[in-house]
Design a protein around this ligand. Sequence first.
Ligand code: SAH
Ligand code: SF4
Ligand code: F3S
Length: 463
Amino acid sequence: MQLEALTDETSTKSAGDNTRKVFVKTYGCQMNAYDSQRMADALGREGYERTDSPEDADLLLLNTCHIREKAAEKVYSELGRIRRLKEERAGQGREMLIGVAGCVAQAEGEEILRRAPIVDLVIGPQTYHRLPDAIARVRDGEKVVETDYAIEDKFENLPEPEKKAIAARGVTAFLTVQEGCDKFCTFCVVPYTRGSEMSRPVSQIVSEARRLVAGGVREITLLGQNVNAWHGEGDDGREWGLGELLRHLAGVDGLARLRYTTSHPRDMDDALIEAHRDLDKLMPYLHLPVQAGSDRILKAMNRRHTANDYLGLIDRIRAAQPGLALSGDFIVGFPGETEGDFEDTLALVEKVRYAQAFSFKYSPRPGTPGAERTDHVAEEVKSERLQRLQALLSQHQSEFAESCVGRDIDLLLEKPGRLPGQLVGRSPWLQPVIVDAMSSQIGDIIRVRITRTGANSLFADRI
Ligand code: SAH
Ligand code: SF4
Ligand code: F3S
């Protein structure tokens, strides 16, 4: 092994066959996307180079999502395909190690080894700091399952990304500041897969933000399952919430833009609302899921707020930042949901007029209180409600996009567009915006006028 490691260091691209390669496939939310990068960085130190083709992989890592049944089952169909890949490689005398990380790993643990014996490693999101050690054990032939709820910081032993790796990823980046959830909505697996709420300390967050900026990042999105539940001791010795943290990060030299996601209505405090009022660097966009519009269903979901609490909150946020675009998540067909309850959801949507939204059919998750209920809504009813809700949401989304035409905005140029000579960035409201520009301008912020809407994007001209 030592010899191989030495070869890695001296190998050039053409001798790349000697390098160990890791393929990471990410499912689920942005937290998983962030974790995949941190894991790839850590594996880089163990001599693994990242590859985009699974058939070249010496180590194949699936970073999984357990939020709905479909998401969780995808893992097993993927593992079926991977079995054939592994067998092909074995035929060529090459080994392929298989790891399952993420929320399915945490929820199902050993069960994954039983259902898919080709898996060598199961590692839950709380234990990524043990990844280098786990990989070493797997390489020694052990089957490893790591699914403790660790009390240590999951990133403690993981190296921070190197400048080169950051630069390769582009000018926007995620930064996890908070993990886990104590809210226990009755439909949701997250409190079980991600453990209880934990906030990373200010010093760690600032140091990572500075590092990202030094690597060329201009926009950072702070991540957390309930990102606005973040709290910690501030530089001034006082207890800070997310609003104070954003205010502090806005002072990081070279950082042009800040975003954060996902927020819970109950944790939207005054300081955070004031941050939207005061900070130019904080983009006027807020993902604030409400899930349903009926108080009866909100109560059954254990959301611990009413539809009116939510609408009142939206009014306060819009008063502080009138230009803010809202986004939300919805579940239709939670057990016991009547046509009347569902109409309350439509009425709430009509009042808020979301710029963007995500909506799902309720999926019963093992171990959650919702799954125990006996009054499940029929699948056809769920489908029909989802269709009606999505029609309304997409109508509002198009209307919002249309309302952007003719407006002048600052656009951060992020990456090449589909056609040569085009670049794509995101509007302050997170829509993709396409503009003619040279690739040397990636990372620049330019002034543009939005000229028309496309299928899922906006077009703009430089002014
Ligand atoms: N922490 C975030 C949501 C995380 S999960 C919050 O509290 O808003 C992302 C979205 O998946 C949720 O907002 C919800 O709309 C959806 N979701 C979660 N569990 C689900 C389930 N069992 N069935 C269908 N959708 C679900
Ligand atoms: Fe899930 Fe609710 Fe926690 Fe969001 S707040 S992660 S929906 S339990
Ligand atoms: Fe899925 Fe886990 Fe994220 S269940 S949505 S990957 S927190």
